[in-house]
Design a protein around this ligand. Sequence first.
Ligand code: NOJ
Length: 707
Amino acid sequence: MKKSDAIQKAKSLLQQMTTEEKVAQMIQVSYADVGREEALRWASLGAGSFLHVLGDNAREVQRAAMQTRLGIPVIFGIDAIHGHGLNKNATIFPSQLAVACSWDPELVEKMGEVTAREVATDGLHWTFSPVLCLGRDTRWGRINETFGEDSYLTGELGAAIIRGYQGEDLSDGEHILACAKHYLGYGEAVGARDACDSEVTERKVREVFLPPFKKAVEAGCATIMTAYGSTDGSPLTSSRRLMHDILRNELGFDGFVVTDWDNTKSLVRNQKVAKDIEEASIMAAKAGNDMIMVTLDFYEAMLSALKNGAVDISVIDEAVLHILTIKYEMELFEKPEKTGKADCFSCDEHLAVALEASRKSVTLLRNNGMLPLDSACKKIAVIGPNADDIRAQYGDWTYFTHPHPDPSRTPVRPYVTVKEGIEALCKENGVAFNYAKGCSILASDEDDLETAVSIAKDADAVFYVVGDMIDQFGEYKDRADLNLSGRQTELFYRLQATGKPICTVLVTSKPLCMGDVAEKADAVLCAFNGGMFGGQAVAEAVFGKLNPSGRLPISFPRHSGQLPVYYNQLPGWHGGKYCDLPATPLFAFGEGISYTTFEFSNLNFCKDNYTVTLDVENTGTCEGTETIQLYLHDVVSSVMTVGKRLIAFKKINLAPGEKQTVTITLSHEDFALINAECEAVVEPGEFILMAGKSSKDEDMIKISVTL
Ligand code: NOJ
């Protein structure tokens, strides 16, 4: 239904609602937490939404809601974060961080579409995705959920997945609501301590953290989730400035806002800006939160506040209007249940998208010629704690990990671990294969380094698969020490001592401090949490069936003490380095190589139409994909600006020897900065435009542009 019609209908329904019915619309209940009886009671009170409930349980709740006086349907939300992972039959994609390595908005949009169809087939309406927080300090436990450290890339991929989730029409059976989260600056918490304060100013917010949300709003994102934390001492849940003034009035957001988990209570319990739940409820509602996630006390507290005149009913009316408008736009009153598509879970079409995503996520970071393997390699040893561990490969937010982990649930096929992928291709290519786990992620009595070393001695090439495990990432699991845990580094040195070529494979939620395990390896392949086919994609890269094309969306620190190490920092007087460590990361934003090489030349900018052109040539011996990254530096400006920031990118596929002129059109606004008055302005003068294969200076060609 058209927005304008939906608003009219919502307004007239609102007029028929009692105060109790209105306040209940704002409540979101966790089925998994309250259980069936309570859930049905809340449905009969008219609660507006439920989360974490699937299938028949959801249908029963919906029936109860439809039998209420006004028959207002419930919206069901779920954390379908990289696929509808809480359903064990679903297609599981690489994590957001992994798929961000693809720098491929079209692919990410398809991932959104597939996820939406599977969520809809479960009768659900809404995913709490995407995360638009920036992953700038990799100690943070939720780095895997981000699209990496860069505001521009995050905005492009975020808008793409939103388009995929929501499609053209919210009322069709196969698309669902997206939820851009967590508004705002959540990833920037001091010390990377989850849900703590982010010491950012409004200028910084506008420059760095707001742009991805602006793109989400422009893409029509129907809902936004507020963050747990605070910025500069103001809890995000009570920030009318951010939610009302900036999000609604400035960006023009016209969907509804949901708090994060129990945020309203935390205004009393943790953040202590409210003396009791009534005061907190008033704050949350007045700030512009339309739906209250799991703080069920809000209901009584708000009714009491309305009764004693502490809050005006117009505040509630506005919130409920936002929620009902979306319900009408989705045509939920006629079609309370999404239908999806029969037999679509992990169907061939969906698996093909998952495989494409896994392939495009694989990032080759180092290669001294070991890869791809040639016919001289007759025997392979696959070693390491994450070589054959599908939980590690899937990462967070799947049916056996988050949010109610049940390790007894067994993973459902199809999936391919790194060990399985390499073993299968060994068979196909007549190469002998051997595997030993060697050690665990956390040191254990079962560690058996000797067997691992002995199979390495006997092999022509060693693949050492390292990383982290679910106990080391996710909510509540920030790490102070990012070194490889357990005996992973020790085992690397033992393997290295065999003198055999070693490729380190990273199956990890985020950049860890790899040290020699990366620096002294002959090759390094990164898959992050590569999804169902992460292992197959790695194997294909090893055997040269796949020419890796991933580029890092995030920098790898050398040491936790070096954080944050993101590429676009403000310049300092003294070079920004420590006396005991270089200023540079181990692997930089945008970095990634392939089995061929590319040359950039003839960079040009046409002032009349803001068009950038450059020539790109495949100078190697095989077909490959390059990602052209355009960065900008404002030479002299009223406020300090970063040395370079990404403003555009384009992927191009070239045959060996092929040369193409690539055109990228910029806009005047791409040259803007946020001045001291918090306005976006383009200041006339000189800019340096850079075309890079990565964010590293040595990978760039540059020209000066004067506006
Ligand atoms: C808390 C998380 O911060 C948020 O990302 C998630 O969507 C909600 N819980 C619901 O599970």
